[in-house]
Ligand binder design. Structure first.
Ligand code: TLP
Length: 362
């Protein structure tokens, strides 16, 4: 059953989403100016809107989530200072060690628990004492939702407790909120409430919200002033960026509430996969739009399964030797989920298959 002339069901990531018609329309009409001079009215509008939604004094528009995290960490920590973060954090795992490479910031990892959280006592114990042997601990960074733990959602209570711990110990709390919108929708709270006790956040517009490019970083005015300088230093000053910020405004206006549909489809996908012989899913981890699953057929790797599914027009990624990830998003319909679920047992039942080819993201 090889799919012919049918659109590919691409569940590698929600980053693959394309801009909506409303976004393209807004982009075509966007009023622009030079944003490095602070004169792009559309960027200014997006930043004001993001600051309000995220509950912070100010915000800055940046090209990517990776740059958002980088300039946040570099605006909080000096060279040789330390950031505490999870051993499966995107900042630690997937950003080329940028904060160490560019900013000389020392990462101190503690284990991410199954729900994506960091144990508070372990974090407290990792904070350095005042001694010249040690780097100075400045920052705690947390991820919500947590990508490598399955798109898991950290609760308001947990976020508050982590913020309180950071502040009691004189530290700052940064949130990698690439998918903070998914967390807020899953919890039924506003992003502002979820982030109330965090100092700064980087939130992506170009994942589930379907904007073509861009993230926003939010925090207090002084932090955002430093972050703007840092953005320029790493080459992220974007001139007539209103053309892309216009899509970000539509993303915030129109695309947040519908994330609940992606979450529902992810649950259907996860439940369907879990019923199949040869794969298993930790259903408790499926709380938003990410579905991690393991191939349990002994002679098949995650890359073998991903490669075979690609031939059937269903794209997922391998994130470990036996682990795969499928992501629901704006372009994945209920029918696509049914089609994907039908393709998997077909592939798993084959006596022989080609060896997998490509990259394991883990
Ligand atoms: N994540 C991508 C890949 O890099 C793995 C994906 O497909 O999920 N924080 C988190 C939690 C992320 O998941 C990502 C992207 C980023 C930051 C970086 O965002 P971008 O890709 O805009 O630099």
């Amino acid at each position: 059953m090889t799919r012919v002339n049918q659109a590919v069901i691409d569940m590698r990531s929600d980053t693959i989403t394309r801009p909506t018609d409303a976004m393209r329309e807004a982009m075509a009409r966007a009023e622009v100016g030079d944003d490095v001079y602070g004169e792009d009215p559309t960027v200014n509008r997006l930043e004001a809107m993001a600051a309000e939604i995220l509950g912070k004094e100010a915000a800055v528009f940046v090209p990517s989530g990776t740059m958002g995290n980088l300039i946040s960490v570099l605006s909080h920590c000096g060279r040789g200072e330390e950031m505490i973060l999870g051993d499966n954090a995107h900042i630690f795992y997937y950003e080329q060690g940028g904060s160490a490479a560019v900013g000389g910031v020392h990462p101190r990892t503690v284990p991410n628990l199954a729900d994506g959280s960091l144990d508070l006592a372990t974090v407290a114990a990792a904070i350095r004492g005042n001694d010249e042997h040690f780097p100075v601990t400045r920052l705690i960074a947390i991820e919500n939702t947590h990508n490598r733990r399955g798109g898991t959602v950290l609760s308001v209570e947990y976020m508050d407790a982590l913020g309180a711990l950071a502040h009691e110990r004189g530290l700052l709390l940064h949130v990698d909120g690439a998918r903070i919108w998914n967390a807020a929708v899953a919890l039924g709270v506003t992003p502002a409430r979820l982030l109330e006790n965090a100092d700064t956040v980087s939130a992506c517009l170009s994942k589930g919200l379907a904007a073509p490019v861009g993230s926003v970083v939010a925090g207090d005015r002084d932090f955002i002033r430093r972050a703007r300088r840092m953005r320029k230093q790493v080459g992220g000053g974007m001139r007539q960026a209103g053309v892309i910020a216009a899509a970000g405004i539509v993303a915030l206006d129109e695309m947040v509430d519908r994330l609940a549909e992606d979450h529902a489809r992810a649950r259907v996908l996860a439940a369907g996969l879990d019923e199949l012989d040869g794969v298993s899913v930790d259903l408790a981890s499926v709380q938003t739009n990410l579905v991690y699953f393991d191939v349990t057929r002994p002679d098949m790797t995650a890359l073998d399964l991903a490669t075979a599914l690609t031939r059937e027009g269903v794209r997922v990624i391998a994130t470990g030797p036996q682990r795969l990830r499928a992501v629901t998003h704006y372009h994945i319909s209920g029918e696509d989920i049914e089609t994907a679920l039908a393709a998997v047992p077909d592939v798993l039942a084959r006596d022989s298959f080609e060896k997998g080819d490509g990259i394991v993201y883990g």
